[in-house]
Design a protein around this ligand. Structure first.
Ligand code: HEC
Length: 155
């Protein structure tokens, strides 16, 4: 009899302990979500992607085309769709920002005409065209905060 009671007590204690672990990991998951966001969280504004569209048409369209599908005959990669998204899924928005500012457009003299703000705007347009939601704050034109934004859901 005592041993049954003892087991019951041990069991309650174990359940309580488990509860604390689960509750603890819940808190942990929430705090991670605050520190790191993803492109699914609304990380640019509609105004920003509209500015980005104008910039895109001026700077990128001649190679990547108006529908962002690229040009397979000229080896210009598409900027929308599954292939583009799976390519960048394991990177962050900051990595994409860095790629753009150092590689696109391919000619350095063309890149010098663009400011960091111009690049952040174009980036917002690319995210919008890939179906990600707009939100209340703009993408910042600096690398560090953009490195905190994952290109895939961070569940
Ligand atoms: C002169 C033609 C040209 C212009 C202008 C140009 N690109 Fe590109 N872009 C390319 C080519 C060619 C590639 C593929 C080779 C490479 O990755 O370097 C490419 C690749 C890319 C990629 C990588 C795609 C992937 O799947 O990894 C991105 C992103 C990109 N361009 C964005 C832009 C943006 C944004 C602009 C305008 C600011 C721009 N490009 C302007 C020719 C161009």
């Amino acid at each position: 009899m005592t041993s049954v009671l003892h087991r019951a007590r041990a069991c309650t204690a174990a359940t309580g302990f488990l509860f604390i672990i689960v509750a603890g990991s819940q808190v942990h998951a929430d705090s991670t979500r605050q520190a790191v966001s993803s492109v699914f969280d609304g990380v640019f504004t509609e105004e920003q992607s509209a500015r980005g569209e104008a910039q895109y048409l001026e700077t990128c369209k001649r190679c990547h085309k108006e529908d962002l599908a690229g040009d397979q005959y000229e080896d210009v990669l598409p900027l929308v769709g599954d292939k583009f998204l799976s390519e960048w899924a394991r990177w962050t928005v900051g990595d994409l920002f860095e790629f753009l500012t150092t590689e696109m457009p391919p000619k350095r003299k063309d890149r010098l005409e663009l400011s960091a703000e111009n690049y952040a705007d174009v980036l917002a347009y690319l995210l919008e065209q890939n179906g990600f939601p707009a939100g209340n704050a703009e993408l910042l034109p600096t690398l560090e905060p953009l490195l905190e934004i994952e290109m895939s859901p961070n569940e």
